[in-house]
Design a protein around this ligand. Sequence first.
Ligand SMILES: *Cc1c(COP(=O)(O)O)cnc(C)c1O
Length: 388
Amino acid sequence: MTYANVQVPFVDFSFQHGPIQAELDAALQSVVQRGDFVLGQAVSDFEASFAAACGTGYGVGVGCGTDAIALGLQACGIGPGDEVLIPANTFVATLIGVMRTGATPVLVDCDRATALIDLEAAARAVTPNTRAIVPVHLYGQMVSPRSLLDFAQAHKVLIFEDAAQAHLAEREGYRAGSIGIAAAFSFYPSKNLGAFGDGGMVVTQDASVAQTLRSLRNYGAPRKYYHTDYGTNSRLDTLQAAVLQVKLPHLHSWNQSRNQAAQHYDQLLAPLQDYGIVPMRNDSGPGHVYHLYVLKVDAACSLDRAAIQTGLEQLGILTGIHYPLPCHLQPAFQKLGYHPGDFPSAEALCEQIVSLPMYPGLEFGQIQLVVDSLKALLTANAPAVIPA
Ligand SMILES: *Cc1c(COP(=O)(O)O)cnc(C)c1O
């Protein structure tokens, strides 16, 4: 880390791992003792546990969240000639996952208040070739399940959730991962449920999707040395599964800790709306699992976003931007033929958003310090006309 004096880091794992260190060590040791390093007992145990936690019947562990999207969609029958709707303002892995199936990604703008996919815009993007929508439960908030199910029924498309930021999130009585035909999760270390390296999983209610996936992740071989699919090597590592199995029972309380921290941010930040600081709206109450706490620095703000980030950094508070460039403006994807101006809300948000420190165990005193520091920066720069 290049910062001299960090008061509030962006992410801190000590609250999660400290109290369960002995259990984690024992779980790792037991894998080493068994020696079942690839597709070992811990993988099938964790697949069953995580699928049950999501309210689904089957879980298939894969190498990472990106593979969960690519292989998951492929197992659902998505491929060349199909169009798949995705939000323009997601992490680029959603787009990569869709493109790896050979299907055509069709990007859709977002809602400026929540940053979630705009389903009215999605409806306008539907063509006779549209086969699926990949809603991204961005920042830990689910896209409305009822609206998604209505959408899927009206347009005869599959729902494949990108739930990489939304482990155990809830909305309208649904749990993330349980709305559509299947869903992808990532266990990248900083996700709400994080491994000690890469990992991912597809959960589904569909036995045949699960069966196809078990083959696809293992060289396309339903049994050893007999290959029925053009598969790959992408398996959830047994050591990672052992870690995740120890962490899973704590996930709900860690999510609650994130949600409480977010409520404190919301309360303390409310007076700063007049200064152009506007938190993303929570439409799902306690079901929002706040992978990230994101606010907008809008046009009314006396400071630009970069000045706010630098000012906070100088005070020892680390922030991020998720994400600074929308998918359609990434150099690698110019071939998709999109242009600046195609998705005005996604593009506007990319210029305005800042993610504040957020992790389970973030203390109220730290939240107070973040908000007080922000307030000090803004009032030092506020023109007299802005009400105090
Ligand atoms: C992290 C993430 C992914 C990709 O997961 P990896 O495990 O890093 O491959 C996909 N989609 C979203 C929304 C993510 O946040």
